[in-house]
Design a protein around this ligand. Structure first.
Ligand SMILES: Cc1cc2nc3c(=O)[nH]c(=O)nc-3n(C[C@H](O)[C@H](O)[C@H](O)COP(=O)(O)OP(=O)(O)OC[C@H]3O[C@@H](n4cnc5c(N)ncnc54)[C@H](O)[C@@H]3O)c2cc1C
Length: 412
């Protein structure tokens, strides 16, 4: 049996749902979103820390994150839902990385020039605004072998409008918005083949033996993207590597002073943010060495390693000295799809006519998703909306050269 539609989106993670919604809100194209999971968010998105920071090395990434942030701030308008489930948490993103006040001021100026609200705090201002945080910027040896002496830093960059979002709530909202607009969103539906004929894509084959014919197929399969590309007979020549990454969870008892922002902590090589109504902290790594564990996405060990939890918790205690050494401590693992060449994604048309990719988002995908959706939707429909980013889809083109970046960790 063959059904017919205009656009098939393979993958209902944050990319697939954002692309579908951005197409639906600007066109009357018929759209089908297919996800093999039994629920929303079983890929990368469900485990995402969903931090919405805008500080990036390249100006295009700053603009994409800034423009996406405007969407997160206006989520109800964007989705058309009177009571969306997802909430934006603009608690601020604090960068505790660089000891050189001149460099920190330059970083602020770069962001401000792009319309991002950012300020530099000195150590006293930091203590006033975030009394729980130690202002130490001395490197911290997580093994405990090198003695550590705290030394307050002089300058800290704060992105004032950024923070974090609710990743699974966002998926549910987008699925609901899509369904209301007539998009066919199907779970438990695995794509097992891509139909190609005469040099162009013709549709997809499903595990139940049925087909959906379509002139456009979008690969938004996250860590499974290489499999979908292979089904289409494509080798993109980009090393898009499914990678296991871990985060720990720690209770945040009432005696720790609030507010706690999102923190990027260079001393300990961690990031963290509040969660669950400020009752918990989520803490992950900003070190490239923690983004190296290549895995089969179907075989992910979801429980975090003891060694990861044991070392990162030291860094967390260093940054939050009042955090008690009691309470629940756990951790989970999720999946990045790391582009090992420049940690930026590949998005847009491929050499197979009608076959479009949105793959390889490393640790950046959540915050970029509304604008990746806009780029792809604009490409598919030719329609532009006022809240689209100005950054062209060609910035992430499949046939681009890798970009030069200072580092290839999640902060790139
Ligand atoms: C621990 C962790 C922390 C993170 N923190 C941040 C952060 O702070 N900020 C940020 O911006 N980003 C962050 N990220 C990255 C971000 O979450 C990802 O870039 C983003 O979720 C990728 O979304 P996606 O839709 O491409 O992939 P996914 O969410 O993996 O979606 C792909 C979907 O495709 C489906 N699929 C696969 N194969 C098939 C098939 N054959 N047929 C049908 N369906 C299929 C899967 O079931 C899956 O649901 C984090 C990620 C992790 C794991």
């Amino acid at each position: 049996m063959t059904a017919t539609t205009d656009v098939v989106v393979v993958g209902g993670g944050i990319m697939g749902m954002s692309i579908a919604w951005q197409v639906a809100r600007r066109s009357s194209l018929r759209i089908v979103v297919l996800d093999k999971g039994t629920g929303l968010g079983e890929g990368s998105t469900g485990a995402s820390s969903a931090i919405t920071r805008q500080r990036y090395t390249r100006v295009e990434n700053i603009r994409i994150a800034r423009d996406a942030n405007a969407i997160f701030r206006n989520w109800a308008d964007y989705t058309g839902l009177a009571e969306p489930r997802a909430r934006n948490h603009p608690v601020g993103v604090l960068w505790m990385l660089d000891d050189d006040p001149v460099a920190v001021a330059a970083d602020r100026d770069r962001l401000v020039a792009e319309g991002v609200r950012a300020v530099v705090l000195d150590a006293d201002e930091l203590r006033d605004r975030f009394p729980a945080l130690s202002p130490c910027l001395a490197p911290f040896d997580l093994t405990g072998e090198t003695p550590h002496e705290c030394r307050p830093g002089e300058a800290f960059l704060l992105e004032e409008d950024a923070g974090y979002f609710d990743p699974t709530g966002a998926l549910e909202d987008l699925a609901e918005a899509c369904r209301r607009a007539g998009v066919d969103v199907r779970l438990r539906t695995e794509v097992v083949g891509i139909d190609v004929e005469g040099g162009r894509v013709r549709g997809v084959r499903l595990a139940d033996g049925t087909r959906i014919a379509a002139p456009w197929v979008v690969n938004a399969a996250g860590p499974w993207c290489n499999r979908i590309n292979a089904l289409a007979g494509l080798d993109l020549s980009w090393p898009l590597v499914p990678t296991r990454v871990q985060v720990l969870h720690r209770d945040l008892p009432p005696e720790v002073p609030r507010p706690i922002p999102v923190v990027g902590d260079g001393s300990g090589g961690i990031y963290f943010r509040p969660e669950a109504g400020d009752q918990q902290l989520i803490c992950g790594s900003i070190l490239e060495e923690d983004e190296r564990e290549e895995v089969d996405p179907d075989e992910l060990r979801r429980v975090a390693d003891r060694a990861f939890v044991d070392t990162k918790i030291h860094a967390l205690h260093h940054r939050i000295p009042d955090l008690p050494h009691r309470g629940r401590l756990g951790g989970i693992a999720g999946l990045y799809t790391v582009n090992r060449l420049d940690v930026l994604p590949v998005v847009g048309p491929t050499e197979l006519e009608g076959f479009v990719v949105a793959n390889g988002f490393s640790g950046h995908g959540f915050k970029e998703s509304p604008m990746i959706g806009a780029m792809v939707a604009r490409y598919l429909t030719g329609e532009r909306l006022a809240d689209d980013t100005e950054v062209p889809i060609s910035f992430f083109a499949v046939d681009r050269e890798p970009y030069e970046l200072e580092g290839k960790n999640v902060l790139a």
